[in-house]
Design a binder for this molecule. Structure first.
Ligand code: FES
Length: 110
């Protein structure tokens, strides 16, 4: 696991949804109710950018066709049959960090 600083601690102001990079992985970073969650920014439905969406009732909603994903588990809502990858988050003294598993497979399948 490699940890990437994706947000300076001074920029941590709730609520927010930001598009950030953790290595080669593009993340939708969601800050709500004093916690931060990290999900893949790529919507599995048609590939749009989830970081342009909004958060409601613990779900990140895609701005294009309004599919929604649990911000903690990445699981799609009932009937969708899909999910987005989620990543561990640590809030440290100097910033917000996202952990990405490293390995040859992770370099091929982003
Ligand atoms: S592209 Fe996200 S719901 Fe269709």
């Amino acid at each position: 696991m490699k940890w990437y600083k994706v947000l300076d601690i001074n920029d941590l102001k709730y609520p927010f949804i930001k598009r950030v990079k953790a290595g080669n992985t593009t993340i939708a970073l969601v800050g709500v109710d004093n916690e931060v969650c990290a999900l893949s920014a790529r919507c599995p439905h048609a590939g749009e950018d989830l970081s342009y969406g909004w958060c409601k009732n613990g779900k990140l909603i895609c701005p294009v066709h309004r599919y929604s994903y649990d911000i903690h588990t990445g699981r799609g809502s009932v009937g969708q049959g899909d999910y987005v990858d989620t990543y561990p988050v640590e809030i440290r003294r100097d910033g917000v960090y996202v952990g990405i598993k490293e390995g040859w497979l992770s370099r091929i399948f982003k």
